[in-house]
Design a protein around this ligand. Structure first.
Ligand code: SUG
Length: 457
């Protein structure tokens, strides 16, 4: 790590492309939107197009935009591993009859939420001068535990240059090392090229759980452990003076804040957070200030302005906070913020009018994803890269007009515009999905990342 600033370092937002089996299955305990929308009819085509429209809008506004592909779903390999045998049709039919929740799980398009794909440390912070990535093990739910193997292959295909990029194995997939990736990680720095401080927010401690210093949520599970965050920081070579570990407020988890990115968002020197985000608010800010090279700019939203319920319902904090070249910042909020009076008022009176760099609010409609608890920030993985590192990315994953148009046409060609949970056993859906993904992997030039391309599965 060096102390000099690197002016060519910029943030690339890698959004997850929504997969063809996007559906509402009510799979995510502690995620209020997923729990309340299970069973609804989804529109995979609209979901994918909403995501692409967001990517295009940000690209046109001058931000660097990347794209990550969806995963192979239904994951028939997972069903076979659980004892379902016979032809693909038979496996699907038996799972639908005997274990419909398992079928729903193996059909989830949850890899669209790439904030949970991995945790990333830019090269400017790492002792070996390489960018470090660790795929999240996502072991806290079965449908998401199915993601890291393919995520690892996708990241390997893109961050292939070992002289610049270090891809680590996911942590052991066991409750003590429960890891949900960048959704619980925030890098703060004066600008992207300045050495940063890494804020890791965890919900529980695995060893010493429930003690007086570590109160636990009572209603919903805490998905990230302190031990997992510490292990990721260790893998990436970060030193004590570069990291802060903060416990999430257990009352927030019980109100539906299943990841830290549902209650705070930071970028550059700005940390926008709700009063109930951290168990020790003052201690967390102080630790950040002590370590940062530039002054921290905290933007606090008190409970009186926005209740926890409104924060969770509107996803105000699951916004994208984007840095502009003139030092201002843009907040990309989900449409639900506009529909909530206290949230919209807070955005105007408190955030835009306040003494902070946030100078613009942009509203984006990602309702298809929102109904499963995924706002604008869930849909992207932030990767800070220098110019040479950007040039070293493999595959065709940085969005330009041509790629956007090809992806849109690809979605129009292959996706259904309605998908009910009862339709997931349709063997035609599985075939459509594989045909689409095979074409996509060629379009993105990422090679054979899918199990069916590797094993003939
Ligand atoms: O893990 N929802 C995802 C939403 C993830 C949002 N990501 C961030 N906050 N970064 C989850 O809870 C619901 C799927 C369903 O119910 O069909 C789901 O997995």
């Amino acid at each position: 790590m060096s102390d000099e600033r690197r002016p060519d370092y910029r943030e690339v937002n890698f959004d997850g492309l929504v997969g063809p089996t996007h559906n509402y299955a009510g799979l995510a305990l502690g995620n209020v939107a997923s729990m309340s929308h299970g069973g609804l009819v989804a529109n995979p085509k609209e979901a994918a197009l909403q995501g692409l429209a967001k990517m295009k809008a940000l690209m046109e506004a001058g931000y660097l935009q990347g794209v990550l592909p969806p995963q192979q779903r239904p994951d028939l390999g997972a069903l076979r591993a659980l004892g379902f045998t016979g032809s693909d049709e038979r496996v699907l039919a038996r799972a639908a009859g005997e274990a419909p929740q398992l079928l729903r799980a193996v059909c989830s398009a949850s890899s669209m939420w790439t904030a949970n794909a991995a945790t990333v440390t830019p090269s400017v912070d790492a002792p070996d001068g390489r960018l470090h990535l660790t795929p999240a093990n996502l072991q806290s739910s079965f449908h998401r535990f199915l993601e890291p193997a393919t995520t690892g292959r996708v990241l390997q295909a893109i961050f292939r240059d070992e002289s610049r990029f270090a891809l680590h194995p996911a942590l052991p997939a066991t409750p003590a090392f429960s890891d949900e990736g960048a959704a619980n990680h925030t890098r703060l720095a004066g600008d992207h090229g300045e050495p940063g401080v890494h804020l890791y927010v965890y919900g529980r401690e695995a060893f010493g759980w429930g003690g007086e210093s570590s109160p636990a949520p009572k209603r919903f599970p805490a998905r990230q452990t302190r031990e997992a965050s510490q292990a990721v920081a260790r893998q990436h070579g970060l030193a004590d003076h570069q990291v802060v570990f903060a416990q999430q407020h257990p009352e927030a988890i019980d109100a539906g804040v299943f990841h830290n990115d549902v209650i705070s968002v930071g970028n550059g020197p700005v940390l926008l957070y709700h009063e109930m985000a951290f168990l020790d608010e003052a201690g967390t800010l102080e630790a950040l200030r002590e370590r940062m090279h530039s002054p921290l700019i905290p933007v606090r939203v008190p409970v009186e302005a926005v209740s926890l319920e409104d924060a969770v319902g509107s996803y105000l904090f699951n916004s994208q906070l984007l840095s502009n070249p003139d030092g201002t910042m843009t907040l990309v909020v989900p449409g639900e913020c506009q529909e909530n009076e206290s949230v919209w008022r807070t955005l105007q009176d408190h955030l835009l009018a306040g003494a902070n760099p946030i100078g613009e609010v942009v509203v984006k409609d990602v309702k298809q994803s929102m109904r499963n608890g995924g706002g604008p920030a869930c849909l992207r993985l932030r990767v800070v890269l220098g110019a040479e590192e950007r040039a070293a990315l493999a595959g065709r994953v940085l969005l330009d007009d041509a790629l956007h148009d090809e992806l849109t046409a690809w979605v129009e060609r292959h996706y259904r515009d309605r998908l009910a949970p009862e339709e997931l056993a349709d063997p035609a859906l599985a075939r459509e999905s594989l045909t689409a993904l095979d074409e996509l992997s060629r379009l993105l030039e990422i090679g054979s990342v899918y199990p069916f391309q590797r094993e003939g599965a």
